[in-house]
Ligand binder design. Sequence first.
Ligand code: FAD
Length: 379
Amino acid sequence: MDYLLTEDQVMMKDTVAKFAKQVIEPVARENQEKEIYPKEIIQQAAELGLMGVAYPEEYGGVEMDFVSYMLAIEELSRYCASVGVTVSAHSSLCVDPIFRFGTEELKQKYLPDLCSGEKLGCMALTEPGAGSDASGIKTTAKLEGDKWILNGSKIFITNGGEADVCVVFAMTEPEKKVKGISAFVVDKDTPGYTIGKHEEKMGIKSSSTTELVFQDCAIPKENLLGELNKGFKVAMMTLDGGRVGIASQALGIARACIEESIQYSKEREQFGKPIAALQAIQWMLADMATEYDAAWLLTYRASLLKSQGKPYTKEAAMAKMKASEVAVDCALKAIQIHGGYGYMREYNPERYLRDAIITKIYEGTNEIMRLVVSSSIMK
Ligand SMILES: Cc1cc2nc3c(=O)[nH]c(=O)nc-3n(C[C@H](O)[C@H](O)[C@H](O)COP(=O)(O)OP(=O)(O)OC[C@H]3O[C@@H](n4cnc5c(N)ncnc54)[C@H](O)[C@@H]3O)c2cc1C
């Protein structure tokens, strides 16, 4: 699909593809098996400018666009979905809301270190009782003098164990429910900010997912992100961008399944010929490639609209829904094509399936994506 891309976008894709092949592929399996957070890889990705792809140079970014960002996340996820989500959560869920909703003071304070990768970001919305229904959060923020005092706990936070800066959502006027939520930028070293339980997951095992606890955590009044009580809007707009990142992550997993299945089917012989010569295998590969292209085009459209500053909520939901379902389907087909070997830990397809499943769940489940799409088309 390079004919749809600019020269700069192709260059970004090729650069990240080379980096992923050389640096990520050799260690991806071991990092996943041992649940090792890929700190050095993230540092090297930062040197390539991947922690601030779509943000202005004046804030430390490389000032490209969201199509370039999509391509970068896909290429990282081609070899390791954990690296893909680490960069995606940092960029889409922390850098993006600070860039879009932060005061100039907040942008100057946080963006240069985040975009350069000096610091890692995360975003904390989900709580034990509030997942799909984010309006049910119980974490509170009370203004006392010139400080906001945060109390509450968040779960399942990507980058939680490693992040230096967190965008946190809390109730500032609980009685107003969804209209009483505000967003805040919180530094990890603030007293009262604690990293809680580290989750053991089914897939994306080398990414960090933790609980975050805020106990009388006092942050400067100026760290309110966006308008008071307008945090729900910040969360929803942030998640639109996040969904483009997750769709891109899913594309990387799907492509891994396709490329490795083609290679395997040419090497594996049964009945005296490569299984690639069997129509049953060819048809599975044809379906995988067609579905991947459909998902890629939807993700490209959403990324393009975001780059152009146009509305893209529906398009981001469609892209995330389609790409995640394609990733799971491609992983199942890759296992089938690999036969018994596909079921073994020694081969990649079972890891791709475990990694693909989460893309249907986080940053809004696919049931919620269908609600977003249907409410948009049935207005
Ligand atoms: C590995 C991982 C990383 C994550 N990272 C982050 C992060 O960085 N920051 C963060 O804030 N959160 C994060 N999350 C949380 C994630 O976004 C939520 O898990 C997700 O939104 C679903 O919420 P839930 O788990 O509470 O499920 P629930 O909301 O309880 O949903 C359970 C089921 O009910 C369905 N359902 C719920 N409501 C509806 C409805 N109205 N219509 C139809 N079906 C419905 C859901 O689709 C799902 O199938 C992460 C989660 C995981 C697993």
